[in-house]
Design a protein around this ligand. Structure first.
Ligand code: PGA
Length: 259
């Protein structure tokens, strides 16, 4: 069955007390979601505290990044095993802020994807073009290259543990959201690519999330668009009412679809 996901990427926001208060305040509302998966991705320092609050619920925990090596002299880095031991099931990899602020390459991200799957974490693989790439008509080429690289280490059994997130860089944190048509075009290309690599049946159930200025005011039109299976949310995931509302919109959509 297809999985629909609403994931909150808190980025470098919320210390431990703030994280605990935030999760306590929205927990009752989020656990009502039956058909969509909620994933919270707090900063590393708050992971375990958040895990303690959600451990007996259907809400899942995700890291925002990890290193590709299991251990070693990598000051400031976190391994997949460490994320697992803090309660994570998911990890965001290749986020545009990692690619463009911290210079992570396609190859490094590919190695992280491989490692995440080896340790039993589900990677949320982020792809997306920059504004100049869209303007010069390269969007689909960029997204294809990023997907091809990250998925080059993923076999047919493992693809079922992966989530793809299409996040156009120009839409992240800018308030400029992709139109449902723009998002759909990229998502459909990704679905085709998945289908060519892993077969249509496998491709159909791999969640492809949209990210970039998702809010409660635009979530309904985006979730209805072809091949959009949920959201990776930054800014709006930090606001209790906004995050809950977006989760409700996705849940209502999925339930309606299944009627
Ligand atoms: P945004 O961020 O919702 O604040 O645009 C999305 C993301 O970076 O995942």
């Amino acid at each position: 069955m297809k999985q629909y996901i609403v994931a909150g990427n808190w980025k470098m926001h919320k210390d431990i007390p703030e994280s605990r208060i935030f999760v306590s305040n929205i927990l009752d509302k989020l656990i009502k979601q039956q058909r969509s998966t909620i994933i919270l991705c707090p900063p590393f320092t708050a992971l375990f505290n958040v895990y303690e609050l959600i451990r007996n619920t259907s809400i899942a925990l995700g890291g925002q990044n990890m290193h590709s090596e299991p251990k070693g002299a990598f000051t400031g880095e976190i391994s997949g095993e460490m994320l697992l031991s803090a309660g994570c099931q998911y990890v965001i990899l290749g986020h545009s802020e990692r690619r463009h602020i911290f210079g992570e390459t396609d190859d490094f991200i590919r190695d992280k994807v491989k490692r995440a799957l080896q340790v039993g974490l589900k990677p949320i693989i982020c792809v997306g073009e920059k504004l100049n790439e869209r303007q010069s008509g390269e969007t689909l080429d960029v997204v294809r290259r990023q997907c091809d690289s990250a998925l080059s280490v993923v076999n047919e059994q493992e693809i079922g543990h992966c989530v793809i997130a299409y996040e156009p860089v120009w839409a992240i944190g800018t308030g400029v959201v992709a139109t449902p048509q723009q998002a759909s075009e990229a998502h459909s290309m990704i679905r085709k690519l998945l289908s060519a690599k892993y077969g249509a049946e496998n491709a159909e159930v791999i969640p492809i999330l949209y990210g970039g200025s998702v809010k409660s005011s635009n979530a309904a039109s985006l979730i209805q668009a072809q091949d959009i299976d949920g959201f990776l949310i930054g800014g709006a995931s930090l606001i209790e009412d906004e995050f809950v509302r977006i989760a409700e919109i996705v849940e209502d959509y999925v339930k309606q679809r299944e009627l």
